[in-house]
Design a protein around this ligand. Sequence first.
Ligand code: FAD
Ligand code: SF4
Length: 606
Amino acid sequence: MTLPSIPLGTGIAYGTGCRANADGNGARAYNRSMAQVSPSRTVYDVVIIGSGAGGGTVTKVLADMGINVALLEAGNMLDPAKDYKEHMWPWQVDHRGVGPHAEGYFGKSPYPFGYFSAPFGFWQHEDEPYTVAPGEKFEWYRSRILGGRTNHYGRFSFRFADYDFKPYSTDGLGTDWPVSYEDIAPWYDKAESFIGVTGSKENIPSAPNGIFQPPPPPRVHEVLVKRACDKLNIPCIPNRMAVVTSPHGLNGRPPCHYCGQCGRGCVTASNYSSSQVQVLPALKTGRVKLITNAMARELITDGNGRVTAVSYVDKKTRTEQQIRCRVVVLAASACESARLLLNSRAPSHPNGLANGSGTVGRYLTDTVGYDLNAHIPSMANMPRYDDDGMGGMHMYIPWWLQQEKNKDFPRGYHIEIGGGLPMPGIGEFHGTCTRAEGYGLPLKKAIYEEYGTWVGLAGRGEMIPNERTWCEIDPDVVDRWGIPVLRFHFQWGEAEMKQARHMYDTFKSILETMGGKVYEPYHPEVGEGISIGGTIIHEVGTTRMGDDPKTSVLNKYSQAHEVKNLFVADGGSFVSNSDKNPTLTIVALAWRAAEYMAEEMRKGNV
Ligand SMILES: Cc1cc2nc3c(=O)[nH]c(=O)nc-3n(C[C@H](O)[C@H](O)[C@H](O)COP(=O)(O)OP(=O)(O)OC[C@H]3O[C@@H](n4cnc5c(N)ncnc54)[C@H](O)[C@@H]3O)c2cc1C
Ligand code: SF4
């Protein structure tokens, strides 16, 4: 996860599901036995489940190729003009957006990323619980609206490096992907050219060159970070963010007007969200049947093991429906797609569909996160200037030690930079109030002096898949619709703990080189400060690709080994979770899978 200018919320670790009764339904749950199952008369060429980065991409690519698709989305339709609060002022909302009873002012905000964030995302929702194995921690952020989490996301868009596709060959840990950087590069080109990604060609091995929109200039604190990095021989380069900045715009989307509010959604569609950039334009082709509030429950197969239909719950009418298809694409997000496969059981596949290898739900990873902030005294009382820009950092630090032999952990991380002069929210100066003496004018003076003087560094690092981290169906809990929920197991390994320790040392040295005073650091050597699994919101790998059907779910085109008319287009296909945020790679792989699928359909192979 990368947050632009909205403070990170904290979620609750445990779900709130109904316990299942004898027929598998929870007390409040939708009663399946009462359902009227109505199969669609139409057989769609392709049914796509989920409209986020993966589903939106497949929808747009197939519709442009003339293929009729149905898109099932569990959330509501999006109306950007109404749903995005991009230009709303705090004073336009009761309690300036800290909750109907000002809860956020006194403690935890009822909104995961603040009232103004794009709708409808949540860590916990009583309709859709999940559980976590006793003694472990995992948090699962989901969005239920057209476009899924691409409405919310930070839009940092980094290509994997060539070595990221070959982790086992590099250091003997994990597994190599069945594809190389060269295989995927043409689809990175297509993705960047279409969605618009800022950046600069730096010829840095960990940050391959791409097709970039012009990067905006750095803000003052970023200039200072770069100066410190130059002294320490660490690269600091323009950020790569899915935002259109060319004065000519892109595909009818105007350039960014630098309001700095990407996390709220962008009314002009200058930043990428699959809802605005892919699904809404695809609807105009007339080839997309969009069904919102459609919660897919399971995939229905025939005697040959082919998927013939998707069963879903119409959340508005609380009825069960079936939609028939020639091909199905799972793009409900990595864990939700694994859940669908595991819940699709029949005598021929009692452990779930496409799960002969037993690896559905396995190899789950998130990104390693560790943050450190510092006060930079030289920035106190700085003349105020307009640091509006993209809704996220303008500079970042790519990984720089891949050739280093003496570090005590495998793989690497990149560093995201926070700071500047964003619009303060209510409660923003609590910290200053605890540090400064007095009230009235002296307190105001202290706030003025301190505002804009902090810089935060956030490490985002690679986690090695381990056998203690996976998801499975909880046999005892179902959601509101009677669908069995996921139970998560999550444990960091020693490699991740050592990596967090390295982040701490590095961040401290950058911040102190800037003359900064580090704020009460967490100590990774005692397990403090490393993120809770899932909270970086980069969960991938639950239906991984590979050449061997015994150890993987999908082939190198994201097609199930065992079910030829089943594809997965979300992060489930990832074999490893490099330090790069995953969404650009999800888009590239989904695009490639869609083109392959169309060709296989044309040849009559699926
Ligand atoms: C605050 C935040 C910041 C982030 N920052 C970054 C970043 O800077 N860079 C980056 O690369 N990534 C970032 N991410 C992660 C990024 O959002 C995800 O990688 C990406 O959205 C995943 O795409 P997806 O298509 O797999 O799933 P999603 O975007 O989650 O979309 C899945 C869709 O499927 C629907 N769905 C789910 N279950 C069902 C069902 N049973 N039936 C029908 N529909 C269903 C959902 O409603 C949703 O619309 C961030 C995420 C968040 C929340
Ligand atoms: S900063 Fe730019 S891309 Fe982000 S919401 Fe504002 S106008 Fe849109």
